[in-house]
Write a protein that binds this ligand. Structure first.
Ligand code: HEM
Ligand code: ISQ
Length: 153
């Protein structure tokens, strides 16, 4: 088993809480990405040529929210099938990230930022075990996307 029932439950319960706050969460998520890897700023159209992370940019909020939601859905897939399927969404994400100049090492940056954002958002409800569960879900999704990036479209 890649993800235990208990780990899946931890991701599910925390997602229920996180999803109530996607706009703020997305802003924090991007803030962490830029803090960890300042060069990443120039990759995103809505961050380029700006001094600060925009607090009310709908694209930023939707894209940020999608990363959380897709990671959550990957936890369920990993629990059920042990692998994240190369569905049309994963294929699309492979091509969009290639186009935007994303390379493999960037995935570690986004992973770290995602985990920090979750830790900060959950406060007392956060645990090491929960963080590990999200990390496994993210790695499964990242592996699927990176494979599409490598294989090309
Ligand atoms: C765009 C998800 C990793 C950089 C997007 C979009 C989604 C997404 C949903 C929007 C696509 C669209 O509808 O146009 C994910 C997921 C990731 C991931 C689920 C990991 C599991 C990364 C990494 C980087 C990155 C590692 C590198 C820093 C970008 C950029 C865009 C993008 C530059 C285009 C944003 C723009 O419109 O300017 N990503 N992403 N992503 N992502 Fe990611
Ligand atoms: C990567 N791709 C899309 C959106 C994102 C938001 C925050 C951090 C990384 C991201």
């Amino acid at each position: 088993v890649v993800l235990s029932e208990r780990q899946e439950a931890l991701v599910k319960s925390s997602w229920e809480e996180l999803k109530e706050n996607i706009p703020q969460l997305s802003v924090r998520f991007f803030t962490w990405v830029v803090e960890i890897a300042p060069v990443a700023k120039d990759m995103f159209s809505f961050l380029r040529n700006r001094d600060e992370i925009p607090q009310n940019d709908p694209i930023l909020q939707v894209h940020g929210g999608k990363v959380f939601k897709l990671t959550y859905e990957s936890a369920i897939q990993l629990r059920e099938k042990g692998v994240v399927a190369a569905d049309p969404m994963v294929k699309y994400l492979g091509s969009i990230h290639i186009k935007n100049g994303v390379i493999e090492p960037h995935f570690e940056v986004v992973k770290e930022a995602l985990l920090k954002t979750i830790e900060e958002a959950l406060g007392d409800k956060w645990s090491e075990e929960m963080s590990t569960a999200w990390a496994i879900a993210y790695d499964g999704l990242a592996t699927a996307i990176k494979k599409e990036m490598k294989d090309g479209i």
